[in-house]
Design a protein around this ligand. Structure first.
Ligand SMILES: C[S@@+](CC[C@H](N)C(=O)[O-])C[C@H]1O[C@@H](n2cnc3c(N)ncnc32)[C@H](O)[C@@H]1O
Length: 909
């Protein structure tokens, strides 16, 4: 269960009449315990308690229900119970149905509330469901609640109004939802003068059977779109007149409302009863947008981008600099004023803004800095000079764009309340600005300068500050005349295989000839090239979160020269980290953050493992001080053996046989045994499968052709090759009994899969003998010296492969020309090779110990046998010592060394 589902289950439980005996089981069920687990607890077989009538689930919780008024004593008994300690219970919980108390034994945090309110503390207990990022969820408990309630309402309305569910009408439905959210927020924050005005009006004026709920809501919307002086003329109902006039897109246009069922009406009243003051626009937007998105609805936005991650983009992009300037200004009033003026002209632009979370956080952070300035200048309560309309975005989906606007409006109001007080915030809230500063559209087709013009001139620093105090001028960046623009965001990644035709065309149009081909490019690269063009003619920088695939493999040489050109450089980067994801068991995406701007002499910032390193420059592989781009090489650049492609049948299935087919043939014609061999490709080698192939040379051909079944197969191959439009394949039709490409060599060989899961700790491979033909879905190292296997199986080689070969979707794509032939090795002595051979044998022996486990079994993430992992670690240690005399600290260090060696190796050549 995810946090939203748990919240729903816990809230449901709180609504049920309290039953002392049942409560512990229902509580555990709400946190996702299976019925078999509950059954065992009920029967007592897994109940570890030593307290009468209590339930103790090992490693989790000790629960007891008590007599009325005895909750504190019962909690104390649970706390002192030896079983609580012995069974390592994280929580103790006691309740009598009126009072509810709990404690987290590990960190001492407590909850004490009325029983009816305990559902508000579901976040406190989330580790019961193995959800570990509890802190973030606990802080957004309201947003989770509101999202799940709105989701119920949305689904109910769609079911009852199928016409609103059509593609054409979905934007209307989404717009309706955005209006509702605004009303809920406004009625809880005094923006509507009376508390709960909206919910109360719907409850009192609409019939309880819901027959006219839509009419009532529609009238309220009509009122909010009508100026006060026009309301009589427009016959606005008396109860509608209590609502204020709200300008802007939100309430203009149609006031049609979907029809309500009784259930939908009760959902609406329930959502309205939540305290919307607590809404957090950083998070809520990302969560709520999932409601309107069929594919996302299951997760209900639980993978929203965390605030710390967004700050990893915004801080080095421009916020750190603003804070530094603030600190440097100390109490110098003029410097502070200059900084405030500068900030008022900063534009933040997210061209794939979703629900606007990057913009909201940038806005809130800037308001905080502005407030610090105002305090230092003694101008508390001063109206903000940072216009919301400086925070611009483009978003493809209409509902997300709408939520982004809403989130920014809410953020502005909350900042005004925080820094200026409720009454000033209210005085300036309505009417909303009519300007539309979040554009709905396709960012790769829109001219960014038209959506977010970098304002040109018109920025005048305060004359008296400027001219009377020349010493302060250094603080004023005259380049800022037109204002700075910072482009940021988390654009869609989408690898080339997953792009639609339209997206492929978008990319081509975005690059408009800047690269040879955009066929293999990730969709996200389109944002980089457009940001490049924008920044070249403006003041500012840009930074995106991106999958690291654009900094790996062939995309590096294909894209980066065009993105950077001669005039831009990578100013900061954080290579490869997991983009936080609150859904506990969902796979995380590995991403990089890259910040780019015009070339300068300043040091560049490389972040990683919570540390900052200043370097001279950052190359496109996000490695410090190296901008070499690795190119495929036909020859091995070191003393490693040559790695070849496997043998390709080119047979339309004629030369390959399944086990059963071969057996039947051998039963009939025992001589077939000598005409066949085992045939293995990538998939078979990893999963322990086999196929067979006809392996016939010219000498054996005549005899083989006498067997009718084989003759038929050979004819199939012949026909297939004759039909080919390729000259080379046609020529092969003369020898239909032979593989199209026959590269097999007798002797021991290493079979290297071309594609494999990125989740394994090491690259997979198997060692095969002469009897096995390696197919073309794999690569082969013939006449294998075992120390080559040691190198191939090392962590440092995997790091290189990930960086230079790149990935296919998320799988590793192994290339001999790009990854093996180029792999940098230090000089190896005879002794080094002997040591590595011993390590290789240790790995093979460890694998053998687990016979008949397949490579997939042995290298399954989290299940790798300890002895095998140890053998690999030993191998890593021995090899890495040859490079630098010790183990590398991390992958960045590994890559740095490898790129240094590569540069040396290739410059010599
Ligand atoms: C990875 S999300 C990031 C959104 C938001 N910053 C967040 O963290 O939730 C990417 C967003 O880009 C939008 N998008 C996809 N293709 C687009 C395009 N061609 N133009 C504009 N926006 C697009 C998607 O709808 C989505 O909201």
């Amino acid at each position: 269960m995810n946090a939203v589902e748990i919240e729903e289950a816990v809230s449901e439980l709180a609504l049920q009449p309290f039953e002392a005996e049942e409560f512990p089981f229902s509580f555990l069920e709400a946190f996702g315990n299976k019925s078999t687990t509950i059954k065992k607890l009920r029967s007592g077989s897994s109940n570890k308690t030593d307290v009468d009538d209590a339930i103790l689930q090992r490693n989790n919780i000790h629960i007891a229900t008590s007599e009325k008024g005895k909750v504190s004593e019962t909690l104390d008994t649970l706390r002192k119970s030896p079983s609580t300690k012995k069974s390592k219970a994280e929580y103790i919980l006691a309740t009598d149905g009126l009072d509810f108390q709990a404690e987290n034994i590990f960190n001492g945090e407590t909850v004490a509330c009325e029983y009816k309110d305990f559902h508000n503390y579901f976040g406190f207990f989330l580790s019961l469901a193995n959800i570990t990022t509890v802190k973030q969820i606990r802080e957004s408990a309201f947003d989770i609640k509101a999202t799940s309630r709105l989701n119920k309402l949305y689904v109910e309305l769609l079911q009852h109004n199928p016409d609103w569910a059509s593609i054409e009408r979905r934007p209307d439905m989404n717009h309706f939802l955005a209006r509702l959210i605004f009303c809920f927020f406004a009625e809880d924050t005094d923006i509507f003068k009376d508390d709960d005005l909206f919910t109360d009006t719907v409850q009192k004026i609409s019939d309880s059977n819901a027959s006219n709920t839509h009419d009532v809501i529609s009238e309220i919307f009509r009122a909010m779109d009508t100026k006060l002086e026009n309301r009589d003329r427009q016959n606005i109902k008396v109860w509608g007149k209590k609502f204020p006039y709200v300008i802007g897109e939100l309430f203009s246009g149609s006031t049609e409302v979907p029809k309500f069922t009784k259930i939908a009406r009760s959902y609406l009243l329930h959502v309205g009863s939540l305290d919307w003051k607590q809404i957090n626009p950083d998070i809520f937007g990302s969560m709520i947008q999932a409601v309107a998105d069929e594919d996302e609805r299951g997760s209900l936005g639980m993978h929203y981008t965390s605030v710390p991650n967004i700050l990893k983009v915004l801080n080095p992009l421009f916020l750190d600099d603003l804070r530094e300037q603030l600190e440097k200004a100390e109490d110098n009033s003029r410097k502070l004023l200059n900084l405030r003026n500068r900030m008022s002209r900063i534009r933040v632009f997210d061209p794939a803004c979703g629900s606007g979370n990057f913009l909201v956080i940038a806005y809130k952070q800037m308001r905080k800095i502005e407030n610090d300035i105002n305090i230092k200048r003694g101008e508390i309560n001063k109206a903000s000079e940072i216009p919301l309309t400086n925070f611009r975005g483009i978003e493809l989906k209409d509902f997300s764009a709408e939520v982004a606007r809403l989130a920014l409006i809410i953020a502005e109001y909350q900042c005004d309340v925080l820094y200026r007080g409720q009454s000033l915030a209210l005085a300036e809230f309505l009417p909303l600005d009519a300007q539309n500063w979040i554009t709905k559209g396709n960012a790769l087709r829109i001219d960014w300068l038209s959506v977010c013009p970098s304002t040109g001139t018109g920025v005048k620093l305060q004359g008296d500050d400027l001219f009377s105090t020349p010493l302060d001028q250094a603080e004023i960046d005259f380049d800022n005349e037109g204002g700075e623009t910072y482009i940021c965001g988390n654009p869609p990644y989408i690898g080339s295989q997953d792009q639609t035709k339209v997206q492929k065309a978008d990319l081509e149009s975005a690059f408009s000839g800047a690269v040879k081909s955009t066929k293999t490019a990730d969709y996200v690269s389109g944002w980089f090239i457009k940001a490049r063009r924008y920044i070249l003619t403006s003041i500012g920088d840009f930074a995106f979160v991106t999958t690291n695939s654009i900094c790996q493999g062939r995309q590096v040489s294909a894209m980066w020269p065009a993105i950077l050109g001669d005039n831009l450089e990578i100013k900061f980067a954080e290579p490869s980290f997991s983009w936080s994801n609150l859904a506990s068991k969902k796979a995380t995406v590995t991403v990089s953050i890259i910040g780019i701007g015009k070339k300068s002499n300043l040091s560049k910032k490389l972040y990683g493992n919570g540390k900052l390193r200043l370097v001279n420059f950052i190359g496109p592989y996000l490695v410090p001080n190296i901008d070499t781009i690795v190119k495929p090489s036909r020859k091995v650049l070191t003393v490693l053996n040559e790695m070849k492609n496997g043998s390709m049948p080119n047979d339309n299935g004629g030369l390959l046989l399944e086990y059963q087919e071969l057996n039947q043939l051998i039963l009939k014609y025992p001589q077939v045994k000598n005409l066949t061999r085992k045939f293995l490709g990538s998939h078979e080698s990893i999963n322990g499968d086999f196929r067979y192939c006809l392996w016939i040379d010219s000498e054996k051909f005549k005899k083989a052709y006498e067997i009718p079944e084989i003759k038929e197969r050979i004819k199939t191959v012949e026909k297939h090759r004759q039909k080919s439009t390729r000259k080379e394949t046609k020529a092969l039709a003369k020898f239909p009994y032979l593989f199209g490409e026959r590269r097999h060599q007798d002797g021991i060989a290493l079979l290297v899969p071309r594609h494999s899961s990125e989740k394994r700790e090491y690259l997979p491979s198997i060692i095969v003998d002469s009897e096995i033909v390696i197919g073309d879905s794999a690569l082969a190292l013939y006449n294998l010296p075992l120390w080559n296997f040691s190198v191939y199986s090392s962590l440092i080689h995997l790091t290189w492969i990930k960086a230079v070969c790149g990935q296919l979707e998320t799988r590793i794509r192994y290339s001999n020309t790009l990854g093996w032939n180029t792999f940098p090795l230090p000089t190896l002595t005879k002794k080094n090779k002997e040591d590595l051979t011993i390590c290789a044998k240790e790995i093979l022996i460890a694998r053998e110990r687990h016979f008949p486990a397949t490579i997939a079994d042995l290298y399954e993430p989290d299940k790798m046998p300890d002895d095998l992992r140890l053998a690999h670690q030993r191998n890593d240690e021995v090899l890495e010592r040859i490079y630098i005399g010790r183990k590398f600290k991390n992958d960045t260090e590994r890559l740095e060394k490898l790129f240094q060696l590569y540069t040396k190796m290739t410059s010599k050549k």
